[in-house]
Write a new protein. Structure first.
Length: 367
């Protein structure tokens, strides 16, 4: 079958890029031809924006004396490594505008995963429910789609429109248990829970990705991957490192701080990001996919939840593997001598959940 994936735009978010790569890979291994629906960042406006941006950078370089690139925009420099990974591994179906004509190219459109149903991240949100297809007859499936939070962020108008669109789906699965409740209470749809796509690939799958690009050994054995830095988190890093006799090393989380020099905002290669988890003996993170890849690489880890980014994702993931004790909200909640994670037992649970996800695809593609 020819399958299109609709997910969040792929830019610099490692988890977002890898969940798309994983979903594409799994579907291809099932024998399908897969492409990811993609829009260019600027569309037709690019030809107007580029000369203006070029002039602005020339002015900064030669009049103001600032050391900046002329022919590349800052975002292109920041994303140079993640863009390379996307171009190499993600099979994109690039269109300036999505229309019902897409249905003539594919047999199925799969929506997911990540926070694709969060209005804050996907705009217009109606397109995440395939509004551009209108009433065209094509199979629509949601796989591990996430609302990101455990409450409804939609306006009443958005909720009504998306509810009617969701009823056109032949199958709906969500990533969090809270998503099941949201689908039922606000959209009138029965949904099931499925694994984040990244968990459908094996450790060896990711190690092959690492080996396909030049990487360097991590400078430590305690990975600290934080999206939001606070003094409380810094204190916890120091405490855990001292308690366990570990050498912490940090990998970049966010690229939005424009006060930093541009060279310090460049995202590391995806392969190096993956190796950071593989090299670590212990991981401290406030990232959902930081937890996911700690599990994939069988690492002892601790997560610091961030209420503003949403906690339901953490609760739901960790509950699947009875790892609720891995989540704390402040350093005061940290308990020394945490019981080690039994990854033999966890792998047995993971295998069952992986089989359920594969069955979900087989059953709903064959209908």
């Amino acid at each position: 079958m020819k399958i299109a994936i609709l997910t969040l735009p792929l830019h610099t978010n490692y988890g977002g890029i890898l969940q798309c790569y994983a979903l594409q890979t799994v579907l291809e291994r099932m024998g399908h031809k897969v492409q990811v629906l993609t829009k260019p960042q600027y569309g037709r406006s690019y030809y107007l924006i580029y000369p203006m941006a070029l002039f602005k950078r020339l002015f900064k370089r030669f009049v103001l004396g600032k050391k900046i690139a002329i022919f590349k925009a800052p975002y292109q420099i920041v994303r140079q490594h993640t863009d390379r990974f996307i171009q190499k591994y993600i099979h994109q179906y690039l269109r300036r505008k999505w229309t019902a004509k897409i249905a003539s190219r594919f047999d199925v459109i799969v929506v997911g995963s990540d926070q694709v149903w969060r209005p804050l991240y996907f705009r217009p949100i109606e397109e995440a429910f395939l509004s551009f297809l209108s009433d065209v007859n094509i199979k629509r499936v949601a796989y591990a789609a996430s609302f990101g939070v455990d409450y409804c962020e939609y306006t009443e108008e958005q909720r009504e429109i998306c509810s009617s669109l969701l009823k056109k789906f032949s199958a709906v699965s969500v990533r969090e248990t809270s998503g099941i409740k949201l689908c039922q209470e606000y959209f009138g749809i029965q949904a099931v829970q499925m694994l984040d796509p990244t968990l459908l690939l094996s450790t060896d799958d990711y190690r092959r990705v690492i080996k396909n690009n030049k990487t360097h050994p991590s400078q430590g054995n305690m990975l600290v991957y934080m999206l939001d830095w606070t003094k409380d988190k810094e204190d916890l890093v120091e405490h855990i490192a001292k308690e366990k006799g570990l050498n912490p090393f940090w990998i970049d989380g966010d690229v939005d701080d424009e006060n930093l020099p541009l060279e310090k905002r460049v995202k590391m290669p995806v392969e190096q990001w993956l190796r950071s988890f593989d090299d670590a003996d212990f991981v401290l993170t406030d990232s959902f996919h930081g937890c996911v890849f700690s599990i994939i690489f069988s690492k002892q880890f601790l997560a610091m939840g961030n209420k503003e980014r949403g906690l339901s994702r953490f609760y739901s993931l960790l509950s699947l593997f009875s790892l609720q004790d891995r989540l704390i909200l402040s350093s005061d909640e940290y308990k020394e001598n945490l019981q080690l994670i039994d990854y033999d037992e966890l792998q047995s649970k993971l295998s069952i959940l992986q089989n359920q996800s594969i069955s979900f695809f087989k059953i709903n593609f064959e209908k």
